[in-house]
Design a protein around this ligand. Sequence first.
Ligand code: FMN
Ligand code: COI
Length: 386
Amino acid sequence: MAGYGLDLQLEVYGKGEVPDHPFSYEGWEQRAREVLDAGAFGYIAGGAGTEWTMRANREAFYRWRLRPRMLRDVSERDLSVEVLGARSAGPFMLAPVGVLSIAHPEAELAVARAAAATGVPVILSTVSSFTLEEVARESGDAPRWFQLYPGRSPELNRSLVERAERAGYSAVVITLDTTMLGFRRRDLENAYLPFLKGEGVANYFSDPIFRARLKEAPERDPEAAVRAFLEVYVTPDLTWDDVNAVREATSLPVLVKGITHPEDAREAVRQGVEGLVVSNHGGRQVDGAVAALDALPKVVEAVGGSMPVLFDSGVRSGADALKAVALGATATLVGRPYAYALAAAGESGVRRVVRSLLAEVDLQLALSGYRSVRELGASSLLDARD
Ligand SMILES: Cc1cc2nc3c(=O)[nH]c(=O)nc-3n(C[C@H](O)[C@H](O)[C@H](O)COP(=O)(O)O)c2cc1C
Ligand SMILES: CC(C)CC(=O)C(=O)O
């Protein structure tokens, strides 16, 4: 009868003390705002332009209402999902979030430990603050994926995915929507770009192919090395050829992240990638772009069950994850929720966020009359516009 939900309730109510950590997204956001300087907080919290799309990502969830079913014996429940061989305790993974050293000194190391402890896989960003090998050591046997920003150097891309494969990452997620930074007003106002402070470059600076491009080692001339990173990073000329070159360089399954148009989804099917992520990068790239949840149903239809469709941008609660799954997502990714918790409370904050998402999904699922996330579907939801 027990489960994530009941366990968490018994623990908290049993102690009878006000817990140290918040249970709400807003609570963590507030704590992060208190501990971070304006530049770092703005970088994490901000979106592109007027931030309309960032808000629309949230509002899209309000259109859908869960329709609980009664009297269906939900005493045995299984929240877990498996995506391309990676098992997660619930319909969540930790989204690739770069430069986490701006949030907390233990950055991705703390996140990897929290992910391993809670059974939810993490997707490590290319622009992580620690090397992918250092992060892998903190993960132990826990499933982990590597996110790649393919740069202008095919040799460097190959080197990064080979390193990821050797270090036990079991899939590569190629992000398509951030070939350049979006127009981010908060960061412009704060003149804040973490990379110029030497954040997020660990995987590049430690890479033999990247180092061979430099006149001086990054340790001797870090500024020149950062400039070389920025030159490699910006790729407005990216095409499917680049994606396919990465696929040829690895035996790992490859997913593409940043799809919202059904035509792109159809092309992804034609090209034969192993999965895709419906995402608008948390509203950080194209202002005015379609809310990710509004894009999901048409992408799911275009894919027609031929590969897993993951979803992110705006997931803040168990209810949000259930709605995305009911609309056809195999699982969801969360970004800012754990980044804020990391900023405010390190590893224990990230654990709390994951545990409370799992507990919330468990209770929400049970009280809506489902034993497994796989039972969710179109009939679980009501479209408030109808
Ligand atoms: C501070 C920050 C850094 C990010 N860095 C990356 C990254 O390095 N690679 C990537 O693919 N996505 C990155 N993202 C996007 C996330 O993977 C994800 O798509 C987004 O955060 C999901 O939206 P949410 O924050 O509303 O949950 C970043 C997001 C944030 C907030
Ligand atoms: C621009 C990237 C290097 C980091 C990122 O994905 C982001 O800030 O959203």
